[in-house]
Design a binder for this molecule. Structure first.
Ligand code: SAH
Length: 222
C-alpha cells in the first residue's frame, strides 16, 4: 500500500482537500524529504513531527486546509512566515509555480525562518526536493515582514501570533489573503484566522481552533 497516496485519498474523503490543485500538490511533494530521517517511516501519518530546535512540521491536514483557504493561483507571490522544514512552502510552490507551466509564468514563495539552523535545513530540503528556483528561504524575523519589492498576493503564517502583525497586513495587496493562527502559546486557545484586505480594511474570519508553536520576534511572543 502506498502510504503517501492513501493519506491524500483520506484527506480528500474527509473534505480537507477539495480542489484539484491542492490535491495535485499534495501528491507531488514528498513529505519524507522534509522530516528527519528517524521519523521517515511516519512521514505519511497525519501528525505533526519534530524537526529540531524545538519546532515541528505541521500535520498534513492543517497544511492542506491552509492551502485551500489561501485560494492560490499560478503566478502568485506568496510570503510564508515560519519556513521550518520547507515542506509547506514546497506544497505552495507546486500550486503557484507548477512544473508543467513554463518558468516565466511561475510565481514565487518567499519563506522566512528566524532560526538559522532551520533556515539552512529548509534550504537543503527544498534543494533536494527540487524547489530551490521556486522557493527562496530568508533567515530573518518575518513577524515584521520581509524586504520585498512589491506587495504580496498571499501570506501564510505557520506559528501562532499574539495578534495579526501590522507590517504583515501592510505587505498584503488589495484583495490579498492571509492565513494566520492567533493566540497564546500552549495547546489551547489559538484560532486560525483568514484575513482579507478589502478596500484597504482588514476583514477577519475565524476558521477553526488550532495548536501551533509560538511566533517569535518583534511582533511575536518574544
Ligand atoms: N511551515 C513549517 C513548520 C513551521 S513550525 C514546515 O512546513 O515545516 C514554525 C516555524 O516558525 C519554526 O521553524 C520557527 O522557528 C519559525 N518562526 C517562529 N517565529 C518566527 C519569526 N518571527 N520569523 C520567521 N520564522 C519564525
Amino acid at each position: 500500500m502506498d502510504l503517501h497516496k492513501s493519506l491524500v485519498e483520506r484527506l480528500v474523503r474527509l473534505g480537507i482537500i477539495r480542489s484539484e490543485k491542492v490535491r495535485r500538490a499534495a501528491e507531488r511533494v514528498k513529505r519524507e524529504l522534509f522530516v528527519p530521517s528517524k521519523y521517515r517511516d511516519m512521514a505519511y501519518a497525519d501528525t505533526p513531527l519534530p524537526i529540531g530546535e524545538g519546532q515541528t512540521i505541521s500535520a498534513p491536514h492543517i497544511v492542506f486546509m491552509m492551502n485551500e483557504l489561501l485560494d492560490l493561483e499560478v503566478g502568485h507571490l506568496v510570503l510564508e512566515v515560519g519556513a521550518g522544514s520547507g515542506y509547506h512552502a514546497a506544497t505552495v510552490a507546486e500550486i503557484v509555480a507548477p512544473s508543467e507551466v513554463p518558468p516565466h509564468k511561475w510565481g514565487t514563495v518567499i519563506a522566512v525562518e528566524i532560526n538559522p539552523t532551520l533556515a539552512t535545513q529548509a534550504r537543503y530540503n527544498l534543494k533536494e526536493a527540487g524547489y530551490l528556483g521556486r522557493v527562496h528561504v530568508l533567515n530573518l524575523d518575518g513577524s515584521a515582514g520581509a524586504p520585498l519589492r512589491r506587495e504580496v498576493d498571499r501570506i501564510l503564517v505557520t506559528a501562532a501570533a499574539p495578534d495579526v502583525p501590522k507590517p504583515l497586513f501592510d505587505l498584503l495587496r488589495e484583495e490579498g489573503k492571509m492565513i494566520i493562527p492567533v493566540g497564546s502559546p500552549g495547546f489551547w486557545g489559538q484560532e486560525l484566522l483568514l484575513v482579507e484586505k478589502v478596500n484597504g480594511r482588514m476583514v477577519t474570519t475565524k476558521v477553526t481552533d488550532v495548536a501551533f508553536v509560538p511566533l517569535r520576534g518583534r511582533y511575536g511572543w518574544s
